[in-house]
Ligand binder design. Structure first.
Ligand SMILES: [Zn+2]
Length: 396
C-alpha cells in the first residue's frame, strides 16, 4: 500500500509501526531515499493493502484499530484528511490490512494469463519483488524475470522450459508467494527465518520460459494464433497437444544450447517436432536466447532448471562441474528424497551449457513422477518435495 509521508515520520518509524523489516521498505522504494524522507511524498509499505471501512455508530479509531488488530496511528496515516474526533456513522474511512494469505492458489491449467494475474497481485503488495522483461516469445509474450533479495550471492531458477511441464511454473510462483509472505510477516518456513536469506541472496526467477508452448498445451491450437496451421501440421493434425514440449515453432528449447549441440542434432529430428528437435543451429529461438543472455549479464553462482518428471536431479556435464556441485546435490537429495544423477546421455541443455561456460553448479530438477503433463492432483506433494530444494538454494 502507498502512504503519504507526514512531518516527523521516518522509515524506521514505519518499520516499527507496521512491523515490516526496514530493508523491505527500503527495497520496495528504490527511488526514495529512506534516510531523508520528504513530507508529502508517497512511500510503499509492503505486505499491506488498504480496505474501505464504513463507520458505524459509536466507532472510534481506537475501536476500529482494536477490531482490525492494527496500531491506532496506522489508521491516522492512511486517512490524512479525516478528523478522527468527528467520525460520522456511514462515513467511509480507510483501513490498512496486513496480508496473511497466499495469492497463488488457482494453480490448475496455469496459463500465461493466470501467471500474469498472480504476478500483478504479488507486485502490488510486495513491491520489493523486482520484475523485468528479459525478452519476448515467438508470439510476443513477455518472458519475465523476478528478482528477490538484497544479497550478493546470485542464484537462478527457471520453470516451463518444456511446455507440457508447466506445473513447474505454479511451483515457483507458490514458492515466491510463500517466501515474500514469510518475509513481511516475519514467520518461518520449515523452522527457518527468511530475512537472513533475503539479505544474503539475490534470487533470479524466470517462472515461465516457454509461455507460447504452455498455452498451446493447455488451451490448444487456438493459442498459436497465426501459427495455428503450422502447429497442427507439426502435431500430425492431432488437436491434443499434451505431448508438446517444444516452443511454438517446434524447437525443443532445452536442446538449444551450444554444449555438444552437434551430438544432440546428429541423433534427433531434423525438422520441427513436438519434442527433441534442437533447431537448425544453437540459440535460434528467442526464449532460449533470452535465458542465455540473462545468464551472460549476471553472475549466477548456481542455476536450477525445473522440469518434470522422474524425481531425479541431474548435476554433471562432461566432468566440468565443480566439486561443490556434489555437496549441493547431496543436500538437495537430503531435503527432497530425489536421486542425484551425475551424467546422462543428453546434451545441449541449459544446465549443460551453464556448467560448461561457467564451471559452476547447474542442476536439472525432474519433479514428480508419472506421465507429462503431470496431473494437478500431484501438485501438493511435488511442491513439498521441491520446497526443500528451493529453500536450500537460499542457505547454501
Ligand atoms: Zn523437461
Amino acid at each position: 500500500m502507498q502512504i503519504t509521508i507526514r512531518p516527523g515520520d521516518t522509515a524506521w518509524y514505519y518499520s516499527q509501526l507496521f512491523q515490516i523489516p526496514l530493508i523491505l521498505i527500503e527495497t520496495s522504494n528504490p527511488d526514495v531515499n529512506v534516510a531523508t524522507l520528504t513530507i508529502g511524498q508517497s512511500i510503499e509499505i509492503p505486505g499491506f493493502i488498504i480496505n474501505e471501512y464504513i463507520v458505524q455508530t459509536g466507532d472510534s479509531y481506537w475501536s476500529i484499530a482494536n477490531r482490525y488488530q492494527i496500531p491506532l496511528d496506522s489508521i491516522e496515516i492512511v486517512n490524512p484528511n479525516i478528523n478522527s474526533q468527528n467520525l460520522q456513522a456511514g462515513q467511509t474511512i480507510l483501513v490498512p490490512v496486513r496480508i496473511q494469505d497466499l495469492f497463488v492458489n488457482d494453480i490448475d491449467q496455469y496459463t500465461y494469463e493466470k501467471f500474469i494475474q498472480d504476478l500483478t497481485l504479488l507486485q502490488q503488495v510486495y513491491p520489493f519483488i523486482q520484475q523485468r522483461n528479459i525478452g519476448n516469445s515467438v508470439l510476443g509474450k513477455d518472458i519475465i524475470e523476478l528478482q528477490i533479495g538484497s544479497g550478493s550471492k546470485q542464484v537462478h531458477m527457471n520453470g516451463s522450459f518444456h511446455a507440457n511441464e508447466w506445473i513447474t511454473t505454479p511451483v515457483l510462483m507458490k514458492f515466491i508467494n510463500e517466501y515474500v509472505l514469510a518475509l513481511t510477516n516475519s514467520t518461518t518456513i520449515r523452522g527457518l527465518p527468511m530475512l537472513p536469506f533475503y539479505q544474503q541472496t539475490q534470487l533470479s526467477i524466470v517462472p515461465m520460459v516457454n509461455p507460447d508452448g504452455v498455452d498451446l498445451v493447455i488451451l490448444g491450437a487456438d493459442a498459436a494464433g497465426e501459427l495455428q496451421e503450422s502447429v497442427l501440421e507439426i502435431n500430425n493434425q492431432n488437436i491434443d497437444f499434451s505431448d508438446w514440449k517444444a516452443n511454438i515453432r517446434g524447437v525443443d528449447l532445452n536442446n538449444q544450447y551450444p554444449a555438444l549441440w552437434d551430438v544432440e542434432a546428429e541423433r534427433n529430428p531434423t525438422s520441427p517436432q513436438p519434442r527433441d528437435f534442437p533447431g537448425y543451429a544453437p540459440l535460434t529461438e528467442p526464449e532460449a536466447l533470452a535465458i542465455a543472455e540473462l545468464t551472460g549479464d549476471r553472475d549466477f553462482s548456481r542455476v536450477n532448471a525445473l522440469h518434470t518428471q522422474g524425481e531425479v536431479i541431474f548435476w554433471g556435464f562432461e566432468g566440468l562441474e565443480p566439486p561443490e556441485s556434489l555437496t549441493i546435490v547431496t543436500e538437495f537429495e537430503r531435503v527432497s528424497g530425489y536421486i542425484p544423477i551425475q551424467y546422462v546421455d543428453s546434451y545441449a541443455g541449459y544446465k549443460d551449457w551453464f556448467i560448461q561456460e561457467y564451471r559452476r553448479p547447474g542442476f536439472t530438477l525432474e519433479l514428480g513422477q508419472g506421465t507429462n503433463p503431470l496431473p494437478i492432483s500431484q501438485f501438493d506433494e511435488i511442491y513439498e518435495e521441491t520446497l526443500g530444494i528451493l529453500i536450500a538454494n537460499l542457505y547454501l
